[in-house]
Design a protein around this ligand. Structure first.
Ligand SMILES: *Cc1c(COP(=O)(O)O)cnc(C)c1O
Length: 368
């Protein structure tokens, strides 16, 4: 769906993807269909989609400044991008990013499907050089869980000169804080499970592109591999997206307040948040992000037991994995199998939309 009235993002989120003919429901209903009567454009949902998926695609695609294809999960969206690579392609990956993406890339490399090189997200010069010897640069910025940033503008410019694909996992920023396609990235990927859905009640993923050939290629991969979004999940993700601007604004305000207070707390050794002047890439964050996001990571003084105790003692904040819901949650990331390389006391806090004073009181009590 195009945006002839040039609606700003918060209005687009509310208005996009709605029916327009008089007498139709204001919201596209939850359409439960695999099969359609012969003769119309649609025949079968896996190949031709459903009206319910298309609402989610219209909302997210428009927000990213491109066109979107929705998938069954964030990882299905990621896998669809990798699937487009020619045999033996050279992929460059951040040293630290979402573990599912690293695992997928390394598993494919082990099977000989592609080759993977990992470089530090902050090392812009290395990424610019890598553009000369790769088919895909995979970026995740800000990254999960260390909140490192990539200089998208510089890296996309270098990749464009060489015709190299840049894919950006834009889950932490959301298209409200960062628009990779406008900077020249070929793909922007969302785990809609997180902030887009926003209520921890669904799995979905979305890839947005500007290039028509890539759009068709992604649709074909979805049809062939069958990682289609569930009808209810797409409906709920679109419903969640309607309030994304409000939720993001509130949650990232809360995150900034909590990050600043945590940094002053005697039990806290280090806080990772792009909105803090102490963040090593704060200048880049200010230049490249409209907001600093809803995820704060922090390391505790003392041992792992302190971090475990914090997880056990929070009450309003829930001890849970995943992120991006209206409810605040936290966990010790190095406790996750495969994540032992992370700082042992690193807590990843996903900040929700509660009253920030209640969140702080909960954290303070659990830290005491
Ligand atoms: C959660 C997440 C994913 C994977 O999304 P799923 O919906 O869980 O498959 C990918 N990238 C990032 C940054 C994530 O946080």
């Amino acid at each position: 769906m195009d945006n002839p009235r040039r609606l700003r993002p918060a209005s687009w989120l509310v208005a996009a993807g709605r029916p327009s003919r008089p007498g139709e429901p204001l919201n596209t209903p939850l359409v439960l269909a695999s099969n359609y009567l012969r003769g119309e454009a649609r025949a079968y949902a896996r190949s031709d989609g459903t009206p319910t998926w298309e609402v989610l695609e219209a909302i997210v695609g428009g927000l990213e400044g491109g066109q979107a294809v929705a998938f069954a999960s964030g990882m299905a969206a990621v896998a669809a991008v990798f699937e487009l690579l020619p045999q033996g392609a050279r992929v460059v990956l951040p040293e630290s990013c979402y573990q599912g993406v690293t695992n997928l890339a390394l598993a494919g490399a082990a099977r000989g499907r592609w080759r993977v090189r990992q470089i530090s997200l902050e090392d812009t010069e290395a990424w610019v050089k890598a553009a000369a010897e790769a088919e895909l640069l995979w970026l995740e910025t800000p990254s999960n869980p260390l909140l490192r940033l990539a200089d998208l503008e510089a890296i996309c410019a270098a990749a464009r000169l060489r015709g190299v694909w840049v894919a950006v996992d834009n889950t932490f920023a959301t298209p409200l804080n960062q628009q990779p396609l406008a900077l020249g990235a070929s793909f922007s990927v969302q785990s809609a499970t997180k902030l887009i859905g926003g209520h921890s009640d669904l799995l979905a993923g979305v890839v947005s592109v500007r290039d028509e050939a890539l759009l068709q290629a992604l649709r074909q991969v979805r049809e062939l591999n069958g990682a289609v979004p569930g009808a209810l999940e797409a409906f709920l993700a679109a419903r969640g997206a309607r309030t994304l601007a409000l939720r993001l604004e509130r949650a990232q305000h809360n995150a900034q307040v909590l990050a600043e207070r945590l940094e002053q707390h005697p039990r806290v050794a280090r806080v990772h948040y792009p909105g803090l002047p102490s963040h090593p890439q704060h200048a880049l964050a200010r230049r490249s992000l409209k907001g600093f996001g809803t995820i704060v990571a922090f390391e505790l003084r003392g041992g792992v037991e302190r971090a475990e105790a914090l997880c056990a003692r929070v009450q309003l904040i829930r001890h849970a994995t995943s992120l991006g819901g209206v409810e605040s949650s936290l966990e010790r990331r190095a406790a996750i199998p495969g994540q032992e390389h992370l700082p042992p006391t690193l807590i990843r806090l996903s900040v929700g939309i509660e009253d920030v004073e209640d969140l702080w009181a909960d954290l303070e009590a659990a830290l005491a």
